[in-house]
Design a protein around this ligand. Structure first.
Ligand code: PEP
Length: 247
């Protein structure tokens, strides 16, 4: 089974007005021959314009969430089909800010993953423990439980990525030790092999949580780290390119 192709994805979260599209253009212009697939996930308001601006470049675009239904009376929501219609190739699902702030359970995330597949999008499915869970010694059980609960069987044969993002490392400047990252990625890989057989070896497991140019190289070298999901450092092209170039 072939090794996963690394993926570096930027999550702009609720940041970026039209003027920020220049950063996306600068990422595309500075990419060179990257060793990874590269994606930017802007807010939904910028998705179509960013997809147009990046069309013909190597940079993919993605959404940050989608509803489980294709259309209907869901005020304020966006479906996978709409994201694809706006040019997205991927969608981030189950981010801890959605799980914590919007009550998304594993079952809800799994339904959104099915929706992403229905809409032709490649899901990046986020998992991660809180600091309290890590301190209690539950991190491995929590995260592998999220993997089992959030990844539906329909992912068999489909492209997807898992992003391990310890909740306490997001936007905090803190990161787990390299040994802790390796331990978690090994456990997630084992869960993927159990769920999807040999195919589970070919799906990238991204690390996310305070990745920046200064720590990217050492994190990306850890066994079974197949790329990164980057928040704050994806907002500036120079920082994001520094992370991509660390591969
Ligand atoms: C994220 O929210 O997905 C993330 C990784 O954020 P940051 O890089 O800012 O910690």
């Amino acid at each position: 089974m072939t090794a996963p192709i690394p993926l570096i994805a930027g999550n702009w979260k609720m940041n970026g007005l039209a003027a920020a599209l220049g950063e996306a253009r600068a990422v595309a212009a500075g990419l060179g021959s990257a060793a990874a697939r590269v994606a930017l996930c802007p807010p939904a308001t910028l998705l179509e314009r960013m997809s147009s601006a990046l069309s013909g470049t190597a940079v993919l675009t993605g959404g940050q969430d989608c509803h489980a239904e294709a259309s209907g009376a869901f005020t304020g929501d966006v479906s996978a089909e709409m994201l694809a219609d706006a040019g997205a190739a991927l969608v981030i699902l189950g981010h801890s800010e959605r799980r914590a702030g919007h009550g998304e359970t594993d079952a809800i995330v799994a339904a959104k993953v099915r929706a992403a597949l229905r809409g032709g999008l490649e899901p990046i499915i986020c998992v991660g423990e809180t600091l309290e869970e890590r301190k209690a010694g539950w991190a491995l059980a929590v995260v592998t439980g999220q993997v089992r609960g959030s990844l539906p069987a329909e992912l068999a044969g489909k492209d997807f990525a898992v992003a391990y993002e310890p909740v306490w490392a997001i936007g905090s400047g803190l990161t787990p030790s390299l040994a802790e990252i390796e331990e978690m990625h090994t456990a997630i890989r084992a869960a993927l092999l159990e769920l999807f057989g040999d195919e589970g070896a070919a799906r990238p497991i991204l690390y996310g949580g305070s990745v920046k140019p200064a720590n990217a190289a050492e994190i990306l070298k850890v066994k079974d780290v197949g790329g990164a999901l980057v928040g704050g450092a994806s907002l500036k092209a120079a920082d994001f390119l520094g992370i991509v170039g660390a591969l």
